[in-house]
Design a protein around this ligand. Structure first.
Ligand code: SF4
Ligand code: SF4
Length: 336
C-alpha cells in the first residue's frame, strides 16, 4: 500500500486549537469513554463563563479554532449561544463533536453558516458493531440525525474510533459515507485512557501491523471517492522528525473544572499545565506535563512510553524499532 497520497499535517506555527469540554455529562455510556469525572468534574460551564473562557483563549493575532466537546455538548442548552459567540468574536473555525443525539433541537437552534463542521461519532457500520460499543439504539439515532444534518445544509464529518472490536468493519463505512454525503472521515486510534484503561488495554489495542495494513488503505479508498480522510500518524518512519505538540504547537484542552491541558494523553492525571481561576489563565507550578514535553527519548513520545509501553518494540540491542509520533500529528488524504 502506497502512502504517497497521505500528507502529514504538521503543527502550524501561528495557529491555536481550543478543545473546549463544556460539560462532562453524557446520555451514553460508551465502553471506551475517556471522560473521567474524578479528574474533570461533573459540572457544566456556565453561560457567562462560556463567553469569558472563549474570550480568554482567542488570540487575535493567530488563527484560532474551537472544537466544542463533552460529555455530550448538545446537552448544554447554551451550546448554540456559545457557537454564535465564538463566530462573532473572531474564531477562525467552530466545530462541534457530538454522539448524534442532538439535544435541545440543535439543528433548528443553529444555522450551517455559524458552524464549520458538525462531527458525529460512530464506531461501526451496523447497529450490531456500533451499539456493542456505544449502547443499544445509538446507531439508529445517530445515523438518522447525521442525515438530517446533511439535509439541513451542515458540513458533516464522522469520527470512527478504531479498536480490536471494530477494525474488521472499518472498510464497510465507505459506501455509507458516500451515501450520507459525509465530507470528512476521521479515523481515531483507541487511547488507553478513561474506561479503556480500566477495562483491559490489551483487549482494545491494535498492533502496529494491524494499524499500518488497514487504516491507510481504508483512508485511501474513502479519499478516492471524494471524502477527505484524516488519521493519526502513530509510527514515524526512521528519517521523520519527532515533534511534541506540547513544545511546538498551541493546543488547549479545557475542562469544566478549570483544568487546562496541553497534551490529551495526560488528562487522567492532575498534571495540567494551566488552570483557569477567576477567569484568568494561570500557569501551574510543581510537576506538570510541561516537564515531560522537554525530554528527548529515542522512542519519541515520552507519555506514550510511560502510559502505553506495549506500543513499543525493540531490536536485540534494545534500540526501538520505530518512534511513536505525537498523538496530535495527523495524516490527511484529500478528497479532492
Ligand atoms: S458519547 Fe462520548 S462522552 Fe458520551 S459516553 Fe460516549 S465517549 Fe463518553
Ligand atoms: S502526545 Fe506525546 S508528543 Fe504529543 S503532546 Fe503529548 S507528550 Fe507531546
Amino acid at each position: 500500500m502506497s502512502l504517497s497520497k497521505a500528507k502529514t499535517v504538521g503543527f502550524k506555527p501561528g495557529e491555536r486549537n481550543v478543545f473546549f469540554h463544556i460539560l462532562t455529562a453524557c446520555n451514553l455510556s460508551c465502553r471506551h469513554c475517556y471522560i473521567n469525572p474524578k479528574q474533570h468534574g461533573t459540572e457544566a460551564v456556565t453561560r457567562e463563563n462560556l463567553e469569558k473562557w472563549l474570550e480568554l483563549f482567542r488570540d487575535k493575532n493567530k488563527e484560532t479554532n474551537v472544537i466544542f466537546l463533552g460529555g455530550e455538548p448538545t446537552m448544554h442548552a447554551d451550546l448554540p449561544h456559545a457557537i454564535r459567540f465564538a463566530k462573532k468574536s473572531g474564531y477562525s473555525s467552530v466545530t462541534v463533536d457530538t454522539n448524534g443525539f442532538l439535544f435541545h433541537d440543535f439543528l433548528a437552534a443553529t444555522t450551517p453558516s455559524e458552524l464549520d463542521f458538525l462531527s458525529f461519532s460512530l464506531d461501526g457500520p451496523t447497529p450490531e458493531v456500533n451499539d456493542m460499543l456505544r449502547g443499544k439504539g445509538v446507531f439508529a439515532t445517530c445515523t438518522a440525525n447525521l442525515q438530517a444534518a446533511v439535509a439541513a445544509g451542515f458540513n458533516v464529518s464522522l469520527i470512527y474510533t478504531v479498536s480490536r472490536y471494530n477494525i474488521a468493519h472499518l472498510h464497510k463505512m465507505i459506501p455509507l459515507l458516500v451515501q450520507w454525503r459525509v465530507k470528512r472521515f476521521f479515523i481515531q486510534v483507541i487511547g488507553i485512557r478513561g474506561k479503556t484503561a480500566i477495562n483491559g488495554a490489551d483487549k482494545w489495542q491494535l498492533t502496529p501491523e494491524e494499524w499500518l495494513e488497514i487504516i491507510p488503505q481504508v483512508a485511501a479508498e474513502a479519499s478516492a471517492l471524494g471524502i477527505t480522510s484524516i488519521f493519526p500518524k502513530v509510527f514515524l518512519e526512521p528519517k521523520e522528525k519527532f515533534e511534541c505538540a506540547g513544545r511546538v504547537a498551541e493546543n488547549y484542552f479545557i475542562f469544566p473544572n478549570g483544568r487546562v491541558y496541553q497534551c490529551p494523553l495526560c488528562e487522567d492525571y492532575p498534571v495540567n499545565a494551566y488552570k483557569i481561576e477567576e477567569n484568568k489563565l494561570i500557569t501551574n507550578t510543581g510537576f506538570t506535563e510541561t516537564r515531560l514535553f522537554s525530554l528527548d527519548i529515542p522512542e519519541g513520545c515520552v507519555i506514550n512510553k510511560l502510559l502505553q509501553p506495549e506500543n513499543l518494540s525493540y531490536d536485540k540491542q534494545g534500540r526501538p524499532l520505530y518512534k511513536i509520533s505525537c498523538c496530535l500529528l495527523k495524516q490527511e488524504m484529500s478528497g479532492g
